[in-house]
Design a protein around this ligand. Sequence first.
Ligand SMILES: Cc1cc2nc3c(=O)[nH]c(=O)nc-3n(C[C@H](O)[C@H](O)[C@H](O)COP(=O)(O)OP(=O)(O)OC[C@H]3O[C@@H](n4cnc5c(N)ncnc54)[C@H](O)[C@@H]3O)c2cc1C
Length: 521
Amino acid sequence: MTLQTKVLICGAGPTGLMMACQLKRFGVDCMVIDSKPGIVKESRALAVQARTLQIYEQMGIADKALEQGTAANKIKIIVNGHRVYEVPLQQLGLGQSAYAFLFVLEQNKNEKILYDHLKEIGGDVLWEHSLETFTQNNEGVIAIADNNSGEQIQIKADWLIGADGAKSQVRHQLQLPFRGGTYENIFIVADTAAEWPWGHDCLSVCLTAKGFAGLFPMRGDNRFRLIGTFPKQFIPSEVTDFSQIQKVVQEQIKVDVNFTGTNWFSVYHVHHRSVNSFAHGKIFLAGDAAHVHSPAGGQGMNTGLQDTYNLAWKLALVVNGQADAALLNSYNEERLPVAKQLVKTTDRAFSVITSDNWFLKIVRLHIVPPLLSRVLAIKKFGRFAFRAVSQIGINYSKSILSYSEHNNLLQAGSLVPFVKINSKIIDEHLKFNGFTILLFDTLLRDDQKQDIQNSFFVKFEFLDVIKNEINEEAFKKFKVKTSALFLIRPDNYIGFSSETIALADLKKYLIEKIKLAVKPL
Ligand SMILES: Cc1cc2nc3c(=O)[nH]c(=O)nc-3n(C[C@H](O)[C@H](O)[C@H](O)COP(=O)(O)OP(=O)(O)OC[C@H]3O[C@@H](n4cnc5c(N)ncnc54)[C@H](O)[C@@H]3O)c2cc1C
């Protein structure tokens, strides 16, 4: 049997499901295959960052996520079981996002929400189909998938997305190096319950000379996700149940607490690796297939979601004949540095919280906790930390797609700031699947708007931001003194900005940078 599609997505984890949802949103025919019989059963990743919730909101699924998860409003760092340092997350994120907290929702629940949404908008997943092999040429890809009973199907596609996780078959067949390493320490993860002395409204990080444990609050009475270092006196292959090591874990974190009702337990190695390019001809890698890192900071799942959110609108423009394929170069250009930086920073953080080195132990127990709670109490640093961890601070200012005519405006390549425009949160205005032109005290005539709309095959919306009391903060956050024009990409990043009505320059930008196809006169 031969099937045909525009985009074949290999893997229906969070990354692949987001890709499919976004492609459908832009009207692109795509097919998702996955070896498993359905969405993942284990809870796995569970931190959902503010940027992901913003994207969920744009997709109309944020409420579903919010009603199933739990918010952690602060981090408590507990040293040697008794010294407690607090980091108030709400304060750090205040005014920067509607989601100024750490949201905890298990990966399987995120996947279920994404999968349900995909089905609602007309998509599905071909479960129990494993990608075996593929060939590519200038026209596209021919893939062979096995239906797990040994029957093979051929799938012809113009593009292939490798969203097939850390052991990616797509990456292996392309023979791409996955450089990095594996941490010496082994880790445990358990979904469990406890009468936790430091409460259920926070992320608790326990640090001792013997290691660390993090307790994330989960939905349900006293339910927590525990992650931590595997006690060295045990042999990993012999530990199949949390009860076998529970006592030692308690001693390790120096907290006298009883864990009960564990419903998921796993022992695992943590890797830090990344490919050198996300793009290979007609094939793109995303999520764990392209980068893996420590769970420090709860970035893993979110980064995969962001990868495909970045790629989907670009690929949709190309597949729909609205832009040249050269636009796709910006996917690697924008996302590879994010992955590399993430691997580097989570590596540093993880080394400090897990190392057996005497100096790093001193840093872990005596320097980091007081320093962190004091430094983050300083508004500027606290805001910076929230932006970094929540992923709202990810910036594509060095991208070929970012062009500012005047440097005093909010930089092109920035995500739109969290602000109200005409009394509505900006994200509310940016839910449609085209480009938005924000006009600060700069009224365009109808014929000027028509000229832009008629020049290209994509949709534009125009949003007037009149200078008045209601929009004062918007002028401030976009750094506009008198007037300005901003082009907002479909992923809500600023592409182009100018202090004048530089329509000729805007069109030049759309043609030369975004590579939009021009309508014949
Ligand atoms: C035990 C465990 C705990 C974790 N804890 C955390 C955490 O606390 N915080 C965090 O941020 N991250 C955590 N992670 C990592 C997190 O789960 C990943 O970052 C996230 O799943 C990446 O999503 P993905 O869609 O890119 O890949 P995956 O979720 O791995 O999805 C890949 C999909 O591809 C499918 N697939 C693979 N090969 C093929 C093939 N040949 N053909 C068809 N389909 C294929 C798989 O079945 C799978 O469904 C954890 C991971 C594990 C395993």
